[in-house]
Design a protein around this ligand. Structure first.
Ligand SMILES: Nc1ncnc2c1ncn2[C@@H]1O[C@H](COP(=O)(O)OP(=O)(O)OP(=O)(O)O)[C@@H](O)[C@H]1O
Length: 433
């Protein structure tokens, strides 16, 4: 990463790691600010970041070296694929040092610069995350803001942005005022282009995403999986309640509804007074030859498959059908479009919802297929600077549980509050410098 403080470097770095991890590409962020704190910077004020402060400069240099050393160890020992050095890396000298070190280890780095002169946005960023940074623990917020602006001015004195001419031989992407303008140079690999495409689609305007499973279906009541059945009577009751639940949570905000192409999601959404789009990519995980069967029937007819699925639910692919991994791959355009959009309500199916939820909440693959996402519950996701806040709103309409625990063909769960799901993920703010 490259850029002055409060330009969203950590935000972007963490999002890239979450996106790649969700796609099963091993990625990790190495945050130079946390190495600097571990190296004993304490609670530094702006003077610490003065480039003429020799002692402090040494601490910062050591922190960068430690981050780069750990990165290399991770590549070598843990087969890492994409590492991100989340630091300011504001001088060409520092970037050349990273470039040289990486090339000596046969790694071709890509630099990602976030550049902004939008002072309102920078002040908002400081207020969002910097005042609560460990650097300013116990310090009056106004003083913290003032000191942080001074810290930025120390960096500005030495800042050398990526340059069309001087940096023409390196791979980079430069985001100007979020993605108002994007400059790319020497993008050479498929993975690099995926990352560029992803960051081009990010925005930071406040918005919410709501998720709901379809209302209880006739197949849910009959304990069958797959199919294209109608809603049950209780499922229709949920569809009549949904507009009020949404209004309660979204107020007068405008939103767009996305459903799958299957009858049960469209019946669930039909009373909602918003624009609706139907996506094939939101259809339920295809159970192949098991479509329309109960888990008991599957256990009886395909005992080997039943066991194999319990053992590795993420990878298991139904004969003639799909695995969770397959669903994630087909959901990628949905995630990309979600990043671009503002308020969206998605009405979809259990497995698909687990995959979308896993992306926003950073749920690991071994856990995501086992998350409990009950029927007749509206989930609100609010993306924040360093994570996503979740609120669950239950409709007072009873429904069967379709949750199947490991090792049984019975559906239903011991806990009704869905404790197997993650309620909130908010990473501690770290600073890149
Ligand atoms: N491309 C962007 N440009 C400017 N701000 C952004 C961008 N992307 C995200 N943000 C905002 O930046 C804030 C988070 O700042 P972040 O901690 O990531 O900055 P940083 O550049 O890593 O700062 P530091 O160098 O002090 O660690 C959030 O409020 C987020 O909305």
């Amino acid at each position: 990463m490259v850029g002055l403080p409060a330009r969203g470097k950590s935000f972007i770095a963490q999002k890239i790691v979450r996106y790649l991890s969700w796609l099963s590409i091993k990625a990790k962020c190495f945050n130079v600010g946390s190495y600097r704190r571990r190296a004993g910077s304490g609670h530094p004020n702006a003077e610490f970041f003065d480039f003429n402060n020799v002692q402090a400069f040494e601490i910062r240099q050591r922190a960068a070296e430690q981050a780069v050393t750990d990165m290399m160890k991770w590549y070598e020992e843990e087969n890492g694929v994409v590492a991100i050095i989340d630091g300011t890396n504001t001088t060409r000298e520092r970037r050349n040092w990273i470039l040289k070190y990486c090339r000596e280890h046969a790694i071709e780095p890509m630099f990602l610069e976030s550049w902004s002169d939008d002072m309102d946005m920078i002040l908002r960023n400081i207020s969002d995350v910097k005042k609560s940074s460990p650097d300013y623990e116990g310090i009056n917020p106004e003083l913290a803001t003032k000191d942080f602006l001074k810290r930025i001015s120390k960096y500005e004195k030495v800042y050398q942005p990526l340059d069309h001419e001087l940096d023409k031989n390196i791979t980079y992407v430069k985001l100007i005022n979020v993605a108002q303008e994007v400059i790319i140079n020497r993008i050479q690999t498929y993975l690099e282009s995926r990352v560029v495409f992803y960051v081009m689609n990010l925005h930071i305007r406040p918005r919410c995403i709501w998720l709901s499973r379809h209302g209880e279906s006739v197949y849910n009541v009959e304990k069958k999986i797959g199919g294209d059945s109608w809603l049950s009577e209780r499922g229709f009751r949920y569809s009549y309640k949904l507009p009020d639940l949404v209004k309660q949570s979204a107020g007068d905000a405008d939103l767009t509804i996305w459903t799958s192409t299957l009858v049960r999601t469209q019946q669930t959404a039909r009373e909602l007074p918003y624009k609706q789009l139907h996506w094939k990519a939101l259809d339920e995980l295809d159970a192949g030859v098991c479509d329309g069967m109960t888990y008991e029937e599957i256990e009886e007819k395909y005992p080997g498959d039943f066991k194999a699925r319990d053992e590795n639910k993420y990878e298991y692919r139904y004969p003639g059908g799909e695995s969770y991994r397959d669903v994630v791959i087909r959901l990628e355009p949905i995630i990309m479009e979600l990043e671009r959009q503002e308020n969206i309500l998605i009405v979809t199916h259990q497995a698909v919802l687990r995959c979308i939820y896993a992306y926003f909440m950073n749920v690991p693959q071994e856990e995501s297929p086992w998350m409990s996402i009950p029927l007749h519950t509206l989930i609100k996701l609010e993306p924040k600077a360093y994570g996503t806040k979740v609120t669950r709103i239950r409709a007072d309409v009873p429904a069967v549980s379709t949750y199947k625990e490991k090792g049984t063909s019975q559906v239903g769960e011991s806990t009704q509050d869905g404790t197997k799901s993650r309620n909130i993920l908010l990473n501690l703010p770290e600073s890149s410098n």
